[in-house]
Design a binder for this molecule. Structure first.
Ligand code: SOE
Length: 409
């Protein structure tokens, strides 16, 4: 679609292209991520020229009243209370999994075996074994023409996608350092309740899997190479929290009568890593950084220059070209809103900023195009598995690091 700068008459004219086909989407889960993915599916076909129009066929959740309300709110045509029934529907060709990690493997494998394409939220699974089984199912399905993608949505921020282009074009030269932090503060309050995200059996890990998975993926995506080793520390600062009145909940919930339960995941994980080329990386993932709401920051230093990104200013990229004369060189701000920048050809005129929800619209766009073109998905389940292996290595290293090298007094 042309950039949004038509006259009112042009804008009112009937569309010149008629979508050739629809892609029926069935989504499992309707909390925060379900709402974000709904936004993506609803909007992608209205903004980008797509060979298939996503159709919001059915949404699924266990609570009938709540799932009906979610269907109404987010624009889904039908609601199911059993994910198996959702997968079995003829009007569903793609299953989008937005549930806690403990159900990713079962739903994804069943959907792939039923011939459906799959989008699965990150982290891909709770364990490496589950992620391996999912990746094997995805590879079998790929041979049948199906696609399985993992939801590392921050790759779809235009500034991050553009940073990848600059790095791939050699503008930073040989990479030396990556600094990646993802800081939130919703667990600073010790009275914040014990949601599923704080239980290992549901979430797999804590800040590590929830936030660390994003920055590990981004570091590897931007560098174009993989981590080969890590060294980590992790901590659970608040080990007991109020039990929730209801059995399951999202980030928030109502605390019950004073009873408390054990937190079985990390509140924070800090680690260093070495990339295949020898570049060094450092990572911080925490839900305990007071005042930091969703602060994902990246800095990449190479021998020819540096790039920096801050999710709180997601339309911008800072670039220092170290080949320029030292007298005038310095970090400069690139406003990533030009039509030539990734994804921007279909959005607003330069300077009219995008936000968080656009990452899900771009994710839906990429997935539809991948399916239509018969291309390999990016990021794939294999990419999700590789991140899972890094997370497992971080956990193993953090366990060993309980024996620290003592500091002499
Ligand atoms: C909660 O910590 C959360 O919603 C993550 O689960 C998302 O992946 C991240 O994008 C925002 O924060």
């Amino acid at each position: 679609m042309a950039r949004r700068e038509e006259t009112e008459q042009e804008a009112a004219a009937p569309p010149t292209t008629v979508p050739e086909a629809t892609l029926g989407v069935g989504m499992v889960g309707y909390a925060f991520m379900g709402a974000a993915h709904s936004q993506g599916w609803r909007t992608a076909g209205h903004v980008f020229d797509l060979p298939m129009q996503p159709a919001l066929a059915a949404i699924c959740g266990r609570d009938r009243t709540a799932v009906d309300a979610a269907a109404e709110r987010h624009g889904w045509a039908a609601a199911e209370t059993d994910w198996r029934a959702l997968i079995a529907r003829d009007d569903v060709q793609l299953v989008d999994i937005c549930t806690p990690g403990d159900s990713h493997a079962e739903i994804a494998i069943a959907a792939l075996e039923a011939g459906k394409h799959v989008l699965c939220e990150k982290p891909l699974a709770n364990t490496v074994a589950e992620a391996e089984a999912m990746t094997e199912a995805a590879e079998r399905a790929r041979a049948r023409g199906q696609v399985a993608m993992v939801g590392f949505n921050y790759r779809k921020v235009p500034a991050i996608a553009y940073a990848r282009t600059l790095i791939a074009d050699g503008r930073l030269g040989v990479l030396r350092h990556i600094r990646a932090t993802y800081l939130q503060d919703w667990l600073v309050d010790p009275e914040s309740p014990l949601t599923w995200r704080l239980k290992r059996e549901h979430a797999g890990s804590g800040a590590l899997g929830d936030l660390g998975a994003h920055i590990v993926d981004l570091a590897q995506y931007l560098a174009g190479e993989l981590l080969v080793g890590v060294s980590a520390v992790a901590e659970t600062f608040v080990r007991e929290r109020p039990l929730l009145a209801g059995a399951s909940a999202g980030l928030s919930g109502t605390a019950d009568s004073g009873a408390r339960g054990a937190v079985t995941v990390d509140d924070a994980a800090l680690f260093t890593g070495r990339l295949a080329s020898g570049a060094l990386a450092s990572f911080e993932a925490t839900r305990m950084a007071a005042g930091r709401k969703n602060a994902l920051r990246l800095e990449i230093n190479g021998e020819r220059g540096s790039l920096a990104f801050d999710l709180e200013r997601l339309n911008e990229l800072s670039f220092h070209d170290h080949t320029e004369p030292a007298t005038t060189a310095g970090f400069r701000r690139i406003l990533v809103t030009e039509p030539e920048h990734p994804y921007l050809e279909a959005w607003w005129p330069p300077g009219h900023a995008l936000g968080y929800e656009h990452t899900f619209i771009h994710q839906a766009r990429d997935l539809v195009l991948t399916i239509a073109e018969g291309a390999d998905p990016v990021p794939s389940f294999a990419d999700g598995l590789q991140v899972q292996r890094v997370l497992a290595a971080v956990e193993e290293s953090a366990e060993k690091s309980s024996v620290h090298t003592p500091v002499q007094s």
